[in-house]
Write a protein that binds this ligand. Structure first.
Ligand SMILES: Cc1cc2nc3c(=O)[nH]c(=O)nc-3n(C[C@H](O)[C@H](O)[C@H](O)COP(=O)(O)OP(=O)(O)OC[C@H]3O[C@@H](n4cnc5c(N)ncnc54)[C@H](O)[C@@H]3O)c2cc1C
Length: 347
């Protein structure tokens, strides 16, 4: 007979692992199910953020920023380091090490807080049961009074630019380039596309960003968006607004991208193309056919602020909320939620 839990969380990204830890801190018997296979072939915690999102992208931003500083900014201080070079493979190895340390840290937090980590793919098979299929295909069914679905999101793909191994990639692929592409195309001038374009531009790529919308970062405060656009332009990014991608053709090591803008049909050739047009909630197989969830509108903060075990069955909106907070102006609220209570005991 498998264990019974007060709460089972499906997904150990920032939405799920925080919920599981907080539930345990509030006195609930909590478990967290995760299926993400890391580079070493074992299940890792931390979700998109730690494995292929915030953390690796920030590691590359930091390294590329230091490279640019050393190359261009040290002269003013009388430090001459003009022949500085970048070993991209080494930069990637450092990024992987940071990811490994931090994902391992989540497993440590689970142990320290008494959260049971369950490895495998979780599926809600009834309002009170989660079936977990482990890496060998064996299934175990766990009972839970409450279930939190925090299954995260995946990159959106678009028909004009189907992904191809190593040539047309999504944000995950763009974190794995082993050398700096000479001509890099980025579809989408959202925060992820701009970050990744910025990294590779600092390392020497000619970067062109194709953005269908006419305005730059419309979801961001206007003054900040204007300043960001100015800085990125100065850095060397060619950001084409009102450029709608209509097709692509892979030709050996290159990809030709077709787009339309105010002047009609255009095309450009790149050595790599990153598709960064957004992310969509990941719900595949998380809920068994025929299972109905009550779409409880319990605020996330109930897990983080209340000493009473009031959590209910959350829905994928938990994850969607986290993504949206990052992408919209609710930054303050999101960061409060993420950081508020992991280190503290309930009052
Ligand atoms: C390149 C990039 C850079 C980013 N930079 C930032 C940033 O700087 N700041 C920021 O705030 N955000 C950033 N984000 C966004 C951030 O990564 C997400 O907002 C965050 O990861 C969402 O957390 P989550 O827990 O909802 O989902 P996820 O992190 O996606 O976690 C969901 C987890 O659920 C697991 N899962 C799914 N289904 C099942 C199942 N059936 N059984 C078991 N496990 C399952 C998945 O394997 C995954 O581990 C970035 C994203 C990207 C791609």
């Amino acid at each position: 007979m498998a264990d019974k839990f007060d709460v089972i969380v499906i997904g150990a990204g920032p939405g799920g692992y925080v919920a599981a830890i907080r539930a345990a801190q509030l006195g609930l018997k909590a478990a967290c199910v995760e299926k993400w296979i890391g580079k070493e072939g074992n299940v890792v915690h931390g979700g998109t953020c730690l494995n292929v999102g915030c953390i690796p992208s920030k590691a590359l931003l930091e390294a590329s920023n230091k490279f640019v500083e050393a190359k261009h900014d040290f002269d003013d201080m009388g430090i001459y380091a003009r022949d500085v070079t970048m070993d991209v493979k080494k930069m990637m190895a450092r990024k992987d090490k940071i990811v490994k340390n931090l994902t391992g840290g989540i497993s440590g937090l689970f142990k320290a807080n008494g959260v049971t980590a369950i490895e495998g793919t979780g599926k809600v098979v009834s309002g009170k049961q989660v079936e977990v299929t482990d890496l060998d295909g064996n299934t175990t069914t766990y009972d839970a009074d409450n279930i939190v679905i925090a299954a995260g999101s995946v990159p959106v793909e678009i028909p004009p630019t189907p992904l191809t191994e190593g040539l047309i990639v999504d944000s995950t692929g763009a974190l794995e380039f082993q050398e700096t592409p000479k001509r890099l195309g980025v579809i989408g001038a959202g925060v992820i596309g701009l970050e990744l374009g910025s990294v590779w531009n600092r390392l020497g790529s000619e970067v062109t960003v194709l953005e269908a919308m006419d305005s730059f970062l419309p979801m961001v405060d206007t003054a900040i968006a204007k300043e960001t656009q100015k800085l990125l332009k100065k850095q060397g990014l060619d950001i084409k607004l009102g450029a709608r991608v209509t097709g692509s053709e892979s030709k050996g090591e290159e990809v030709v991208v077709k787009y339309t803008d105010a002047n009609g049909e255009q095309e450009m050739t790149f050595d790599k193309l990153i598709v960064c047009v957004g992310r969509r909630p990941y719900t595949k197989g998380v809920i068994a056919d025929g299972v109905a969830l009550s779409w409880a509108s319990v605020a996330l903060s109930s897990l983080t602020t209340s000493a009473a075990p009031t959590c209910r069955a959350f829905t994928p909106s938990v994850t969607v909320y986290a993504v949206r907070c990052w992408r919209t102006k609710r930054l303050k609220k999101a960061s409060w939620w993420r950081t508020s209570s992991l280190a503290t005991k309930p009052r």
